[in-house]
Design a binder for this molecule. Structure first.
Ligand SMILES: NC(=O)c1ccc[n+]([C@@H]2O[C@H](COP(=O)([O-])OP(=O)(O)OC[C@H]3O[C@@H](n4cnc5c(N)ncnc54)[C@H](O)[C@@H]3O)[C@@H](O)[C@H]2O)c1
Length: 346
């Protein structure tokens, strides 16, 4: 299959690109290379005849039209987005422009290409979204595909808006789309502004590890390579017009997740005092959602997908990856804004 992947130089997109190429798919990797991108994430496939990189912004309709015409993909996997909740609080406009207007642009470019190709039924536009569109849970219950949308942050609202556009393009124009809503990913190549890499790298440097509020917020954690596997299954076998929730069934309080990372580092890179001594509770994120949890029954039942690693195994692999790949993260730490507290400008 020839797959056009947007956001393929980011964290999850690059995992999709690497796995798709490994499985023999042709990949057209479209990315604007924002601050969150890194072409090193796809260095392992850069020389492959199955991988082509196109630097383009999804807000640029003419560029998208040229790319569709030049490459004639069988499917689109849409991962390009502004993805950091804290940044969306300080500056929401980029999130509206890329996540909403950019998705609109991509839908229109895909619809025009699909129409002039004779509306092939096998074409797919796969929109990758988040569990955050469903809002925040109390101590019980899990999000299903039928849970009403209730986004709380500018980020999740922009993703919810884009999900609605994608569904409307299916119902109004018949464009064959699939949507996936996944939980928090972690794993190799994770940009060091998100909780897991921040915890690993701050611990390694002996710096305080900030945990928001009292650390009681619960997230459902999914190893990024398992997520990429699920996404490729959905693009190949998912039913048009349907959405699938993807989760690792690994709920952890933030404080427990960070403590586990510290214990792994105590074993793998011991220091005089336990790494957990560096954990520091800091002022909470405004509007911080209490709990997310995914019910992944549909993707288990209909597509037979299951995560391949437990969270314990996934965290071991992730910590070891950061220990082994200083050449990847060292230059990124110098980028603007990293290490500063974001998301407090309310
Ligand atoms: N990381 C998670 O835990 C998580 C969870 C659920 C859903 N998602 C969704 O998965 C997708 C990928 O997330 P991620 O964590 O890999 O994000 P990321 O921030 O690591 O990567 C996003 C990529 O999109 C590119 N991009 C941004 N704006 C663009 C534009 N206007 N045009 C073209 N490219 C642009 C960036 O350059 C970057 O390479 C996003 O849609 C996100 O909402 C992520």
């Amino acid at each position: 299959m020839k797959i056009l992947v947007t956001g393929g130089a980011g964290f999850i997109g690059s995992a999709v690109v690497r796995l798709a190429v490994a499985r023999g798919h042709q990949v057209v990797n479209v990315d604007a290379l924002t601050y969150a991108a890194n072409l090193e994430n796809v260095a392992s496939v850069a020389g492959s005849p199955l991988h082509v990189f196109e630097k383009a912004d999804i807000r640029d309709r003419a560029a998208l039209d040229r790319i569709f015409t030049r490459h004639a993909p069988d499917a689109v996997m849409h991962l390009a987005a502004e993805s950091h909740v804290d940044r969306s609080i300080d500056g929401p406009s980029d999130f509206i422009e890329t996540n909403v207007n950019g998705t609109f642009n991509l839908l229109e470019a895909a619809r025009a290409y699909w129409t002039r190709s004779g509306k092939p039924g096998g074409f797919r536009l796969h929109h990758v979204s988040t569990d955050e569109v469903f809002g925040s849970l109390g101590p019980a219950g899990r999000f299903t595909e039928e849970t009403p949308y209730d986004p709380r942050s500018p980020y999740s609202a922009s993703k919810a808006a884009s999900d609605h556009l994608v569904r409307a393009w299916n119902r109004t124009y018949g464009l064959p789309v699939v949507i996936t809503n996944c939980s928090n990913n972690y794993g190799p190549f994770h940009f060091p502004e998100k909780l897991v890499p921040v915890a690993i790298l701050n611990a390694l440097h002996g710096r305080r590890i900030p945990v928001y509020g009292r650390g009681g917020n619960v997230r459902d954690w999914l190893y990024v390579e398992d997520h990429a596997d699920a996404l490729l299954l959905v693009i190949e076998k998912g039913r048009a017009g349907r959405s699938y929730n993807i989760g690792g069934e690994a709920e952890r309080r933030n404080i427990d997740l960070v403590s586990t990372i510290c214990e792994i580092l105590d074993r793998r890179r011991p220091r005089a005092t336990p790494h957990a001594d560096l954990i520091t509770l800091v002022a909470d994120r405004p509007g911080h959602d209490a709990r997310y949890a995914i019910n992944p029954d549909r993707i288990h039942r209909e597509l037979g997908w299951r995560p391949s690693v437990t969270i314990e195994e996934g965290l071991e692999r992730t910590v070891q990856w950061y220990l082994d790949n200083e050449a990847w993260w060292r230059p990124i730490l110098k980028r603007h804004g990293l290490g500063e507290r974001l998301g407090m400008k309310t």
